[in-house]
Write a protein that binds this ligand. Structure first.
Ligand code: OOB
Length: 548
């Protein structure tokens, strides 16, 4: 098949860059896109699983039927405020019962939630409010010692189109979300091929971008994920990562669990103190974490009295899980581990329950869909030899064709034939499983050698005195390039010295040019809003330490 380099299709008024018509038709014919909206899906699930418990959040316990009815009432209430099809609504809620109700209420109206994370602040929210042209902003009153009503005042001052601020909890000067409630009525079903929601890009560089996801593609994302992860009516899924993130929302997360009649438990945070009692009380079977949280869970499991023996699968994704940590999970937490390499832009890779343990420990899974098209290319865009590392490009039935209102970014983030350039450096095994080697640009330029930060981190973390490590390049005082700085969270009272660490790596057979030149100790690594290591913040911290 020779792809013809054509101009990518122009975005629709909704901001969606559509798939080519023939491709869209094929995704429909093979059943990936089933033509149902997210709002219609909830109606079907309520018909099928009516009195089963769908959502547990604090004191809220909603059956499928109750969730369906509440979504209808809130949709009517939102419509009474003048919010309708195509309107964007900025949503910034923690994991509470209001989230699923609002999510489906907006879907029923054809209004489009832009899903921001509780950790976002004025820089991100102001930018996303302007970019989306949102007419409403939905917040909690307070969460994690932060008052979102004050943030709302600052955002409103910057974003003139923002007419409504709706507050879960004490509304202060704004409108209580609980009052957004009216007699249910039916609204015209939105076009399943159009935008259902906007996800925020997880990139650790630059300002966040908005990712349009359609009813068709997101429904498929959730349903296929539920299948690949063997979810069933018996599944009790604990959402402890922020529910606005793609991973707990639909990979398979909340939507995947609801699609098979399971139960979703929302935890206010991933801290063991919040999550463990819920696992015990609700007999949770599945949950998802980012790798930096897993050692905390393993520590807590040693002393926390809660019984977490119901847990069957821990999904780990969002950043690289080391093989060593993967191997310790079954004994330490009494469950199996599943690696998930995904992105808000679309493509998902899962290890499967029938993969052998070493494949689960060593790889980040294989693509979800038979129609995920992967290309692994070198710096010139040419396919690498099988098994070699290169940049992962992808297109498929749930991978975006363009960011929302971002023509300049789109010109470089996509190939002319519609592949998304992920920036991830991967290698693919003959089995189809991928190994993530790092980011294409997360390299340290040391004496003319390009060193993968991720590779250094893997070796350093293997040292018994190292709990976590992030490798970053710092300016070389003696020359043009960079030196390798290993920023280390010690395991125990002290980190290894730079000499000890270098000796340890040499012992492992690591090339001399990859050895850290410097070790910095920190109590904790700075994390992004979802809990990945924040290298931008780390570089700032090192520059401050160096008095630059
Ligand atoms: C998930 O989504 P995002 O959008 O927050 O971040 C995507 C990026 C990927 O491009 C990759 O660089 C990194 O996060 N990543 C991983 C990884 N999973 C994601 N890097 C190494 N190993 C992994 N397992 O993070 C996300 C979305 C859906 C499901 C799971 C994670």
């Amino acid at each position: 098949m020779t792809p013809i380099a054509t101009e990518p299709p122009a975005p629709l008024p909704s901001g969606l860059t559509p798939w080519p018509a023939e491709t869209a038709a094929r995704y429909g014919t093979v059943g990936h896109w089933d033509g149902r909206t997210l709002g219609a899906l909830l109606r079907d699930w309520a018909a099928r699983y009516g009195d089963c418990l769908a959502i547990v959040a604090g004191r809220d316990r909603l059956t499928y039927r109750q969730l369906d009815e509440r979504a209808d009432r809130m949709a009517a209430g939102l419509a009474d405020l003048g919010i309708g099809a195509g309107d964007r609504v900025l949503v910034q809620l923690p994991n509470t019962g209001e989230f699923p109700v609002l999510f489906f209420a907006l879907a029923r109206l054809g209004a489009i939630p832009a899903l921001t994370l509780p950790a976002h602040r004025l820089t991100e929210i102001g930018h996303l409010a302007r970019l989306s042209g949102a007419v409403a902003y939905v917040i909690a009153d307070e969460y994690a010692a932060f008052d979102y009503r004050e943030l709302a005042a600052a955002v409103q001052a910057e974003a003139p189109e923002l007419r409504h601020v709706l507050v879960a909890g004490d509304p202060g000067p704004y409108t209580a979300l609980a009052k957004v409630d009216a007699e249910p009525r039916r609204f015209p079903d939105p076009d399943p091929a159009d935008v259902a929601l906007l996800l925020v890009s997880g990139g650790t560089t630059g300002v966040p971008k908005l990712i349009p996801r359609t009813h068709n593609d997101y429904g498929y994302n959730a349903r296929a994920s539920a299948g690949a992860c063997d979810l069933s009516k018996e599944t009790v899924y604990l959402a402890c990562l922020p529910i606005a993130h793609n991973f707990p929302l639909a990979c398979p997360g909340m939507l995947g669990t609801l699609s098979v009649g399971g139960r979703v438990v929302l935890s206010p945070s991933p801290a063991p103190g919040d999550a463990f009692p819920l696992i015990e009380a609700e007999r949770v079977t599945h949950t998802a974490l980012v790798p930096p949280l897993i050692p905390l869970w393993i520590d807590a499991a040693e002393w926390d009295p809660a019984d977490i023996s119901s847990l069957r699968v821990l999904q780990a994704g969002g950043s690289k899980l080391s093989a060593d940590l993967a191997r310790t999970i079954p004994d330490a937490l009494g469950c199996s581990v599943q690696q998930v390499f995904g992105m808000a832009e679309g493509l998902l890779n899962y290890t499967r329950s029938d993969d052998d343990p070493e494949t689960v420990a060593l790889t980040q899974g294989r693509p979800l869909s038979a129609d995920d098209e992967l290309r692994i290319v070198d710096a010139d865009g040419r396919p690498v030899a099988p098994g070699e590392a290169g940049e992962l490009l992808v297109r498929g039935p749930y991978t975006l064709r363009g960011y929302y209102r971002a023509p300049e970014v789109n010109a470089t983030a996509f190939t002319p034939d519609g592949f998304y350039c992920s920036g991830d450096l991967v290698r693919q095994l003959p089995s189809g499983h991928l190994i993530v080697e790092g980011r294409v640009k997360d390299t340290i330029d040391r004496n003319g050698e390009s060193v993968s930060a991720e590779e250094v981190e893997g070796h350093v973390t293997a040292h018994p005195q190292v709990r976590r490590c992030a490798a970053v390049g710092v300016p070389d005082p003696a020359g043009e390039g960079e030196r390798i700085c290993a920023v280390v969270v010690p395991d125990g009272s002290s980190a290894p010295t730079v000499q000890a660490l270098r000796a340890f790596l040499l012992e492992r057979g690591v090339a001399a040019f990859k050895l850290p030149d410097r070790v910095e100790t920190v109590a904790d690594l700075p994390l992004t809003a979802i809990g990945k290591i924040d290298k931008k913040a780390l570089r700032r911290m090192l520059a401050e330490r160096d008095g630059a």
